[in-house]
Design a protein around this ligand. Structure first.
Ligand SMILES: Cc1cc2nc3c(=O)[nH]c(=O)nc-3n(C[C@H](O)[C@H](O)[C@H](O)COP(=O)(O)OP(=O)(O)OC[C@H]3O[C@@H](n4cnc5c(N)ncnc54)[C@H](O)[C@@H]3O)c2cc1C
Length: 333
């Protein structure tokens, strides 16, 4: 079966993997001239289903809790399984109780354990929440590695190619994110910074709770950190605003003053594609299967959505199952 995947974001790359693994002959068309610049490129890379459950529905946890295993199996060495640390300034300590009450998979830790986990944060926070089952990866490295792996296994990539002008395929997987023609989608703008702070090391993502602006720092290689991310109901991909920049830098500085000496290596903006209920969908329309609405859970949920899309493609001769899937859990998951 010849399958065209539209879009080389995390949805398209993972779908291509699952399709190729089932024997499809896969071509990916990506309208940009390389892997970068899309929402996936701007992501923090947190595989944090329990933290996300604080503000997300149960399917996000159900669909996401195996994501780290998937990434680990497909790209060995890319996943760091060191958990997530959730902290708050003492004036916002109530936020920790609220956060803890809205999810599971965590334990309370005191100042000493915070120092054991993150020596550079010794003495800075009295207590926090530790989510030991969570993981993270560097999205850009993961996407580049997946691209290489797919290309090496025979998946054809066409960069700078608009999928709508490509013909000769049995099926299409629409992974175009915000560019998909779906009136239900809205954009949630996320601004981020990449900081280089040679004087500080963190082993895991650190989330700093705040009543209005919960933010996080996700460690990358060589003392680089992704500071993210704003959540603004907007389709704008314009430059990071001064206000957002100040808020992100304030949060980083509150976690550790060494971030005051950091270099701002990059500022970036991604627009998260979201359905009204903030849950993703895999939907079948004729010969096209669409994966979309990954919202703030692209790396977390793409593996499950990719598997489902591939099953839909290969089970498409079974109309009863298809109806079940599109009208039932798979549609709303
Ligand atoms: C700042 C920020 C931080 C985030 N942090 C996390 C995180 O820590 N963990 C997590 O799991 N998720 C995170 N997310 C969410 C995640 O990034 C998104 O859910 C995910 O990137 C959506 O992926 P996608 O493949 O659907 O869309 P995209 O990444 O936007 O990819 C769609 C692709 O389709 C291409 N395309 C469009 N039209 C066409 C066409 N006609 N032909 C060919 N190609 C086309 C586009 O160029 C694009 O490359 C974050 C998002 C942002 C913005």
């Amino acid at each position: 079966m010849r399958v065209l995947v539209k879009g080389a974001g995390v949805a398209g790359l993972t779908a291509a993997f699952e399709l190729a693994a089932r024997g499809a002959v896969v071509t990916i068309a990506e309208i940009r001239h390389g892997l970068g610049g899309n929402a996936s490129w701007m992501a923090g890379g947190m595989l944090a289903p329990w933290c996300e459950r604080e503000s997300a529905e149960q399917p996000v946890l159900d669909l996401g809790h195996d994501a780290a295993d998937w990434w680990d199996a497909v790209l060995p060495g890319h996943v760091t399984r060191a958990g997530t640390l959730v902290l708050a300034m003492s004036r916002d300590a109530g936020e920790l109780n609220r956060f803890a009450s809205r999810t599971s998979g965590h334990r309370w830790i005191d100042e000493d354990e915070i120092a054991l986990l993150e020596p550079d944060l010794a003495g800075r926070f009295r207590r926090g929440l530790f989510f030991p089952g969570e993981a993270h990866l560097d999205p850009r490295r993961a996407m580049a590695a997946l691209h290489e792996k797919l290309a090496g296994s025979g998946v054809e990539f066409h960069f700078g190619a608009d999928a709508q002008y490509m013909t000769g395929f049995d099926r299409e997987i629409d992974c175009a994110g915000m560019a998909s023609r779906d009136d239900r989608l809205r954009g949630v703008r996320g601004e981020m910074l990449i900081l280089h702070a040679p004087d500080i090391s963190l082993s895991r993502p650190v989330r700093l709770l705040h009543p209005r602006l919960p933010l996080y720092l996700a460690p990358r290689a060589d003392h680089h950190f992704m500071a993210g991310a704003t959540m603004i109901e907007s389709l704008s991909t314009g430059q990071v605003t001064a206000r957002s920049m100040m808020e992100l830098l304030n949060a980083a500085y509150s976690v550790h003053p060494a971030f005051g000496e950091a270099t701002i290596v990059e500022t970036g903006v991604g627009v998260r594609p979201a359905f009204p209920d903030n849950l993703p969908r895999v939907e079948s329309h004729g010969r096209t299967v669409a994966i979309n609405g990954l919202y703030r859970h692209g790396f977390l949920l793409a593996p499950a959505m990719a598997r489902w899309a591939a099953e839909l493609v290969f089970d498409s001769d079974k109309p009863v199952e298809l109806a079940d899937e599109t009208d039932g859990q798979r549609r709303s998951a």
